[in-house]
Design a protein. Structure first.
Length: 321
């Protein structure tokens, strides 16, 4: 998949998973690396990471652990949500120190915005979407890291996003959360964002030689079909090492098996997004009752055919319930 000759308008991707410890920040950090590999790579895109996790893990990886304490709260992503911030959203973007990747840093101050009933937060629900709208033209991909919850800090990027992925280990407690992710994303679609598509489930921390992982992966694929991405993020010490090096594997050790696994995930995500965009363009010709697609264009049918690798929320909700 060739890199774009120009940048933007980009798509927004959010992670949606209530379970903690699933490798969400590791996945997004390394996905940013795989998407933004330097010129001459097979992917090579301009990426913005929006760190909406109060733990600010990606911010600490990119800028150092002291950044969370030294960056003024309103100069972090909190500024996008606060009525006290009067500058342009672009003013919050900082270099990550990695080629092709910028960052809107996270903050511990985000915690006070994580209300348990996001639908009751009024205009706050649109704050992130409106702030990111002018940034689409500057980036090919905007990645939103989220906390392990399905509350307001997961709701805001779901309202802003075009697509969502759910990282999950092939283990019982994490897999059980897929039902909640499906219902949460369906709520966001009905309430605020009808163009939102569940792009897929990414198996993380995957060890194919573990019987439990192999069994759950097989069951997930049999139940949910192509909603589960074929490439997986393996359990590999390289992911821990790259955090110490403060570089995604695509930038640090691109020839490792773990880096190649992330490349495969990146390519599959781009393929699915392109498929959605193509659907929107095709269905928008000569059909009625349009629904928005990931590019902001319209399509006539929010349902996906069984052969489409991008499964719809209702199908998974019914099978997972």
């Amino acid at each position: 998949m060739p890199p774009p000759s120009t940048h933007g308008p980009g798509f927004i991707l959010t992670a949606c998973q209530r379970k903690g410890g699933v490798g969400r920040s590791t996945l997004l950090f390394n996905l940013a690396g795989a998407l933004s590999r330097p010129a001459g790579s097979s992917v090579g895109r301009r990426v913005l990471i929006v760190d909406l996790d109060p733990q600010a893990s990606i911010t600490q990886i990119c800028l150092g652990p002291e950044a969370v304490d030294t960056i003024p709260t309103l100069r972090s992503v909190v500024g996008l949500l606060s009525d006290d911030f009067l500058d342009a959203p672009e003013s919050l973007i900082v270099p990550s120190g990695l080629a092709g990747i910028d960052l809107i840093p996270g903050s511990n101050g985000l915690s006070r915005y994580n209300f348990p009933d996001p639908e009751s937060t009024g205009d706050l629900q649109e704050a992130l979407r409106e702030s990111l709208r002018p940034l689409r033209s500057q980036y090919d991909v905007i990645l939103c890291d989220t906390p392990p919850s399905l509350e307001t800090l997961a709701w805001l990027p779901a309202v802003a996003a075009d697509v969502a992925v759910t990282p999950t280990p092939a283990e019982p407690l994490a897999v059980q959360e897929l039902t909640h992710a499906a219902r949460f994303l369906e709520r966001a679609r009905w309430a605020r964002n009808p163009r939102l598509s569940w792009l897929g489930v990414v198996l993380t921390l995957y060890q194919p030689r573990l019987a439990v992982h192999a069994a759950y992966a097989k069951a997930l694929r049999e139940t949910h079909g192509a909603l589960v991405l074929e490439p997986t993020m393996p359990f590999n010490v390289a992911f821990k090492e790259c955090m110490v090096a403060r570089k995604p594997l695509a930038h640090w050790k691109p020839r490792t098996a773990a880096a190649k696994a992330m490349d495969a995930i990146a390519v599959e995500i781009l393929r699915r997004v392109d498929l959605l965009r193509g659907q929107g363009q095709a269905q928008g010709q000569g059909q009625t009752e349009p629904t928005p697609t990931p590019t902001g264009e319209t399509s006539s049918d929010s349902q996906t055919s069984p052969s489409n690798p991008v499964s719809n929320l209702e199908t998974l909700r019914e099978t997972a319930a």
